[in-house]
Structures are given as C-alpha cells and as structure tokens.
Design a protein around this ligand. Structure first.
Ligand SMILES: NC(=O)c1ccc[n+]([C@@H]2O[C@H](COP(=O)([O-])OP(=O)(O)OC[C@H]3O[C@@H](n4cnc5c(N)ncnc54)[C@H](O)[C@@H]3O)[C@@H](O)[C@H]2O)c1
Length: 347
C-alpha cells in the first residue's frame, strides 16, 4: 500500500477484531503494549492533554511520540449525553510515521478507549491490589463497566463482581452482558453494600461535579481503589479523607494534578508514578494493610500503545479500509496541477 492511502479501522472492523481475538485476550495484549511503553517512559514526548471545557463537557486532544511514531487521540467526555441516547465518551485516533509525517493508521477509538482504560486499570492493579483479591466492587455500570470487569478477570484473576449504579437499569444491562463471562455477579442496592468483602473497588461513574462515590468510612485497610471516573477539573469521585490515607499511584503527575482525584490535594502531595513501579524503580503494594489508589485519568501513552497494537494487528488481521486521506501528487510540488488534471479528467 502506498503512503498516501491510510488504513482506516471503522467501528464495524474494530468490533470484528475484538470478537475474533476476544476482549479478554485483546486487553491482555494491550496491557502488554502499555507496560512495554511505560517501561521506556523517557523515550516519549509528554504533555498534559489539551482540553477544551464547556459547561456540559470536555473535548480533548492527547498527543505523544517516541521519535519513530507519533500518535494522538481526539476524545470527549459529556456525562449528560446518555440522557439524549448518546455516548458519554467517544474517540478516534491516528498514528503517523515521524520520518515522513504521513499517517499510517486512522481508527475508531471509542471501543479501543474502553479496552485500553480497562487494560491500564488491571495492569496497575496487578502491581497494587492485595494478593489473592478475587472480589471487586464495580460502582458505575455504564459503557466502561464490562470492559473493566473482563480486564480484571483476565489480568488479575477477579472472579466475583459486586455491581452498583444509581440507575438500576445500568446494573441490569451490565449483569446481562456479563452473564456468559463465568464471573459470579451480585447486584447491590448501595455503594456501601457493593464494598462488602471486596479487595478491589472500581469507581467508574460519570457526573460533571465533585461527587462523593466513596466516603472515608467505606474504605477499610488493605483495599485497592481503581478510580476511573474522576478525570477532569471539578469532576472527582472520592472523598478527600480517603486520599489522605492512601498510597497514590498516577500515570503522569502534571496531568493528574489537574484532572485526577489529587486535584483536591496540595500540589506537592506525594504520589508514585506507575512507570517506575513497572520498571521496579518504585514499590507497588508494600503491605497487606496499605490502601492503594490508582488515580486514573487516562494518558496519551496508553492510547499510543493501543494504536501501536492495532497497527501491528492489521499485519495478520486485515480488518481495515483504504482511506484516500493524503493528497500526494506524482510531482510533490505540483499540488495545484493535480487539482487541474482532476478537473480536466472530470470534464
Ligand atoms: N480514566 C480514564 O482513562 C477514563 C477513560 C474513559 C472514561 N473515563 C470516565 O469514566 C466514567 C465512566 O464512563 P462511561 O463511558 O462508562 O460513562 P457512562 O455515562 O456510560 O456510565 C456512567 C454510569 O455511572 C452511573 N452513575 C452516575 N453517578 C453515580 C453515582 N453517584 N453512583 C453510582 N453510579 C453513578 C450512571 O448511572 C451511569 O450508568 C466517566 O466519568 C468517564 O469520563 C475515564
């Protein structure tokens, strides 16, 4: 394929890929790509994502490069969307060759974001969750929820899920979708009830405000918290007192301090960067009573890893369409001449 034709993975083709490979296998593979990229953290350009806020949501661009490939994701976050029958989060992304600047992949990333977010959560939990934790409370049972559940099953060995959402219809949907997963599912009528006996809690709610999904009294010693839904200025899920008791692990501090749970804390509050845990330079969980918190916001390198994975996957799974995306005349300086010739041919 010539460089001016860009492989495009539509939503349809992404679904074919996920169904053929299997969501659990795919998230295991994406976690492997993320871990490999985090282990070479210093080779990446890094910047907090570029966010455009409105009263109802946010639209963000997330770029990074390792010097050979450049990637970016466009993503939105609009908690009100579900009421209008729309997704809270949608995304697409692009991977390009640094050498020429030509794109090598354009893909849907709404499904891919759910896969990579869950893969990242489970990868962090592999290093942070208490040994032998098999029960997870899953609070917020919307679009991301099943992906989180299956990633924790595949990567961390979670077998029991305790589900809670303020909207019982969301929990029923989640239970229906996970029925064939082999996991034991319990519907709960409050977040407190969901926490009973859980070694891991995932909060994955959407609300454009400082919410308090977990209060201090709900978090006992030894638990691992995977806080996914607090990912914007003014949009958090945990009471500040929990943060004061927890060992906090983050992706990229300059972004997390703006967007994560730790926006509630002093700007120099100590946090550990996950890439250092993955390389062994920093410790993950130290003891059985420690409360660990992954303050997830989603960082560009995770999307880069997911894009790199899909790009590699297309070599053996040809689920893409050729997109005539880059104007590329035979004589590179004759862009206008190409236009004239097209006009003459059409006449
Ligand atoms: N950290 C990341 O990398 C990352 C990636 C993707 C999405 N997110 C965030 O994750 C969150 C979930 O995304 P989604 O696509 O599943 O959204 P969604 O709108 O599909 O689902 C959110 C669910 O949360 C429930 N909810 C809201 N308030 C609640 C409360 N107080 N208690 C219990 N449940 C409550 C809603 O009823 C809904 O079912 C969003 O906030 C999104 O911005 C984070």
């Amino acid at each position: 394929m010539t460089l001016n034709i860009v492989p495009f993975v539509s939503v349809d083709n992404m679904m074919r890929l996920v169904l053929q490979i299997g969501p659990e296998e795919m998230m295991r593979a994406i976690a492997g790509y993320i871990e490999a990229d985090f282990r070479r953290w210093e080779s990446f350009d890094k910047t907090p994502r570029v966010a455009s806020h409105s009263d109802v949501g946010v639209i963000e661009l997330m770029p990074t490069s390792d010097g050979e490939l450049y990637g970016f994701k466009y993503v939105n976050g609009h908690p009100k969307n579900t009421r209008a029958g729309l997704q809270t989060v949608t995304a697409f992304g692009l991977l390009a060759e640094v050498d020429t600047g030509y794109p090598v992949l354009l893909t849907e990333m709404t499904i891919l974001t759910a896969l990579r977010t869950a893969a990242m959560s489970a990868l962090a939990a592999k290093h942070l969750a208490p040994a032998g934790a098999t029960t997870m409370a899953l609070i917020g049972n919307g679009a991301q929820a099943e992906f989180q559940a299956l990633a924790f099953k595949a990567i961390c060995g979670v077998t029991h899920l305790r589900l809670y959402d303020i909207d019982a219809a969301a929990t029923m949907k989640c239970e229906r979708n996970l029925k064939a997963s082999g996991m034991t599912l319990t519907q709960c009528s409050s977040a407190e009830e969901a926490m009973e006996g859980a070694g891991i809690v995932t909060t994955c709610t959407a609300d454009k405000q400082y919410a308090t999904i977990l209060t201090d009294n709900m978090v006992g010693p030894g638990i691992h918290i995977n806080a996914v839904g607090g990912d914007c200025p003014g949009k958090t899920e945990l009471h500040r007192d929990i943060l004061m008791r927890a060992s906090i692990f983050v992706e990229y501090p300059p972004q997390t301090r703006i967007e994560g749970e730790i926006q509630q804390l002093a700007p120099d509050h100590p946090v550990t960067e996950l890439w250092q845990v993955f390389t062994g330079a920093a410790k993950g969980r130290r003891d059985a009573r420690q409360i660990t918190l992954f303050d997830s916001v989603g960082f560009a390198i995770e999307d880069f890893s997911a894009l790199r994975y899909v790009h590699d996957l297309l070599k053996t799974h040809p689920y893409s369409e050729p997109l005539d995306m880059i104007a590329d005349p035979d004589d590179p300086r004759d862009l206008y001449g190409m236009l004239l010739r097209a006009g003459a041919n059409a006449a």
